[in-house]
Design a binder for this molecule. Sequence first.
Ligand code: ADP
Ligand code: MG
Ligand code: MG
Length: 881
Amino acid sequence: MGKKWVYFFANGQAEGNAQMKDILGGKGANLAEMTNAGVPVPPGFTISTEVCKFYYDNNRTYPEDLKEQVEAAMKKLEEVTGKGFGDPKKPLLVSVRSGAAISMPGMMDTILNLGLNDETVKGLVEMTNNERFAYDSYRRFLQMFGDTALGIPHADFENALAEMKAQKGVKLDTELDAEDLKKLVETYKEIYKKHGKEFPQDVYKQLWAAIEAVIWSWMSDRAIKYREIHGIKEGQLLGTAVNIVAMVFGNMGDDSGTGVCFTRDPNTGEKVYYGEFLPNAQGEDVVAGIRTPYPLEKMKEMIPQAYDELIAIMDRLEAYFKDMQDIEFTVEKGKLYILQTRSAKRTSQAAIRIAVDMVHEGLIDKKTAVLRVQPSDIERVLHPKFDEKERKNAKVIAKGLPASPGAATGKVYFDAHKAEEAAKAGEKVLLVRPETSPEDVGGMNAAEGILTARGGMTSHAAVVARGLGKPAVVGAESIYVNEEEGYLKVGDVVVKEGEWLSIDGTTGEVFLGKITTVKPQGLEGPVAELLSWADEFRKLGVRANADVPRDAKVAREFGAEGIGLCRTEHMFFEKDRIPKVRRMIVARTKEEREAALAELLPLQKEDFKGLFREMKGYPVTIRLIDPPLHEFLPQEEEQMAEVAQQIGITVEELKKVVEQLHELNPMLGHRGVRLLVTYPEIAVMQTKAIILAAIELKKEEGIEVVPEIMIPLVGHINELKYVKQIIIETADALIKEHGVELKYLVGTMIEVPRAAVTADQIAQEADFFSFGTNDLTQMTFGFSRDDVGKFLPEYLEKGILEHDPFKHIDTQGVGQLVKSATEKGKEVKSTLKCGVCGEHGGDPKSIEFFATTKLDYVSASPYRIPVARLAAAQASIKYRS
Ligand code: ADP
Ligand code: MG
Ligand code: MG
């Protein structure tokens, strides 16, 4: 015997089962499984996906023995139904249905009632004693077959139908009688002729044409596009299966009907039966929306017995497949048939609730529940969303990058200070900027959301917004922002200061006007429970990037186990500090600088105390100053005078300092460890602040902290050695002076490729590594992360890069640096703690990669902690168990 291409199912016995989705497709595999389980499924057979593959591999031909196998299956089908295919007395009719391993809209529409022709239609009249029904089925078949199998425009048939109704002066299809429908059949045949096609009276010709149409549809533009969008690679699926199923009729009167039902509510996840039912109808009527279906409960009144049976089957199928099912059914004269079952699509809220409920019901275990929810589901339920109805009616005026998820609506302001003031006055504000800078942080924090015309996924606006948990759309390049005159323009749409605008940071869409937002439920109920299970499986730690106590608190509430990155310079931008910082920068002598630093010291110390207190003994990594100093000075002429006066120097002197600090390439300039080498007194002050904070907390409040002092941008071991020496001298002196015992660690960021390559050397001097993957990506690719918008979109479009490497870690390049540096480092020092603190630390796809390395933790912005916990658990289950 040759290869098996055809799998039969009938009367409680099937040749396939649910495990055979690859070759039977999802629909076929589940039809077989249901048959085996004794669920009433009409008999039929599935032509395997391997036939589709064979067809395209072999110049669009079928395997030699396919015809034989299909005909044998048809014979069997005739036997079990007691009807004959093409039999003018007792015709067997079938549906021909597509179905790949992954459910895929874009594939061919189902053809119903195949097997009808001028002779068999008469047989159907006799069998059913219902002429109207028979001719209605025939004209439907002519229409579906013509459209789907032969490519005759659907509209031609629809027009003919509409004309007939107009002639008769009726509105509904159901008002046409048998005679009308007979005439319509003739008209439809004319339409075939008009398009140079012949309607095949031979039922086997019909069957093969329909099979071929299904297989063709696998390569339709729609289907190819769908696979592309959903990242289904060529060769990942064999093709589509073809399901041929004996027809059952829902359009045989009021004890018949068709419907779709769900075993739970797919919107909320609530455990209730949910669905729609349409009496006296065939499947396509529900989809076509010709008549409005009833809620499922209505069926209970109309066909109570079939309803009860359906409920029992819903319970059985859910228990059997251990997941919420989406079920298609038909009732023929009171007898129930199930035509399809599959795992139901659901909202994020429902996904979480169902996973948790099913564990409580004993249906699935915790591991399955953790794997079943997507990280994006967690993200979605934790951010504000738009009211669905209002959103549908709103006008999209632009699209940018979805930089920070969530929905936001507010009155637009183009100036951060104005935004802050308006927010203080109680207004809902949306900050719109060409791009943002550190000076805008106050306004960003006060705003509901942030929109920028320029910048990428790791631009200042994007990073800060994610840190703040504010929805943001960045790089909406079609928007022109005029800050001076206070308006934005897209096409002919102009939005002035104070007018309403809405953004969706999950999709990148920008909407005109106000859309109501709905608050998230927070970390309670099912989400909290699911994440607590995730923690049981998680082997990768999750820390937070948090700079101030408020963020640290949020991070703790979301389950962070420490702070992986505290950026100290953010503290310098606060109103009461910036003049002191500036005085420090413009200092002419070391003494002047030290004096200014001395004023900053108590302020920073308090910052750190607040942070340590909030973290209650969890580890806190504090990074010493990182950005180039010019970022703290005004760049615009107008602000010079004011600032000069504030810090007590002349405008000329200030200008000179600004000029001196000017760099052609500040990203690769005088920043990070380079600043600490040239201004060691800054390292001294920051170390003092950190150590003193820890000492005082220990003495005053009994809180034990092991501060982790981190040096940014190290590329050479000697840089680290030099600064570390200063830190140790300073710290040890303080500890001695206060007579306490205090442990502290000194470590380094790994963000310069040279540091990653020489990780074994660096590990000798470091207690920990923290991979700053934003800079590491920037420097490894040589892409300026603030300017990638100019070429990256084209790179993605042209397939040069598969994805934005600032969003998902580049596993082959940057990721390998992380992996090998971690290994090298740990080989030298087994206690070396290694984490990732770049934006990738909160990205599920990147976390999945990190879980395959020897990293100890990832660190993400507070609002991404829940997502990171789930993603890390899933990765641990997949790769580390
Ligand atoms: P889809 O993949 O679009 O869901 P299906 O192949 O499930 O397409 O067919 C759509 C609908 O057509 C079914 O829900 C059902 O109502 C109807 N249908 C399909 N096969 C049959 C059949 N053998 N008898 C009666 N109705 C059928
Ligand atoms: Mg279906
Ligand atoms: Mg960096």
